[in-house]
Ligand binder design. Structure first.
Ligand code: NAG
Ligand code: NAG
Ligand code: NAG
Length: 229
């Protein structure tokens, strides 16, 4: 089923010519270990767990490392906005301080209670490296709270500034380590603890709807009480 190289090359060329969107063949998924990057766009791939519709994503720190493991110092900006201009700025993600953070624009309503798939990518932070570089590792820190994103999307561009398709990754509400090599990128989560609509669960097999569970337990309790009488 694998196309021959010339066929693949012409498909690539055709994709470029036709400006095939993310729905097209995902031939250019971000892999900074294979294609050097200058621009990286990190965006929301899902809801944050705060139940409040006006809440937004908080990103605390991001670190980039080249193929030798040396840290590369980037600059950060956003075209989708910050919640509190002057304080929760994109540059807070690069200041070496895990407590300061960038807060995305509240207007997008990223909470689990008002999420829709069209909101994917509406909150994004743009990193610029000093020069086109290969990356082996990206460390991402969130704040262990309900303003965390458990699905990250990452797009890359070389010096031309033309972004490819998004790499989709699971993230930890604390520390996510993204490592890339020739076969692709993978994320390692330092905790599997998650939150949903402000409620915590620790295990993927647990129901993602703790409110429904709570309601069910309450009904059981009531029945027990009635029976005990
Ligand atoms: C993310 O996690 C889910 C559930 O744990 C898993 O099914 C999915 O394959 C993961 N996605 C990626 C891109 O690793
Ligand atoms: C995960 O990473 C955060 C940030 O570095 C740290 O504070 C926390 O203790 C780590 N948690 C675990 C379970 O290792
Ligand atoms: C490349 O990364 C994958 C995880 O994405 C890992 O399983 C594999 O061992 C790595 N290969 C090399 C050569 O490091």
């Amino acid at each position: 089923m694998k196309p021959e190289r010339p066929a693949m090359a012409s498909t690539l060329l055709l994709s470029a010519l036709l400006r095939v969107t993310a729905d097209g063949p995902s031939l250019t998924i971000c892999n900074p270990a294979v294609t050097p990057v200058k621009y990286l766009k990190m965006s929301n791939g899902g809801p944050i767990s705060s139940p409040s519709c006006s809440a937004s994503w908080d990103l605390h720190e991001v670190e980039f490392f080249d193929q030798h493991g040396n840290q590369i110092f980037a600059t950060a900006d956003t075209t989708t906005g910050s919640s509190w201009r002057g304080t929760a700025l994109p540059s807070n993600t690069l200041d070496g301080d895990l407590s300061s953070y960038w807060a995305g624009d509240h207007d997008h309503g990223l909470s689990c209670s008002c999420w829709s798939d069209e909101k994917m990518d509406v909150q994004a932070i743009d990193f610029t490296l000093p020069e086109e570089s290969y990356l082996s590792r990206i460390e991402v820190y969130q704040g262990h709270n309900e303003f965390t994103m458990l699905q990250l999307r990452l797009k890359c561009a070389g010096a031309s500034g033309v972004y490819g398709s998004a790499l989709e990754l699971n993230a930890s509400l604390d520390h996510t380590s993204i490592t890339c090599n020739a076969s692709g990128c993978a994320s390692e989560l330092n905790t599997t603890e998650q939150w949903y609509c402000g409620q915590q669960w620790n295990d993927a097999s647990t129901s993602h709807y703790p409110n429904a569970c709570g309601a069910l337990s309450a009904v059981c309790c009531l029945l027990l009480l009635v029976w005990a009488r």
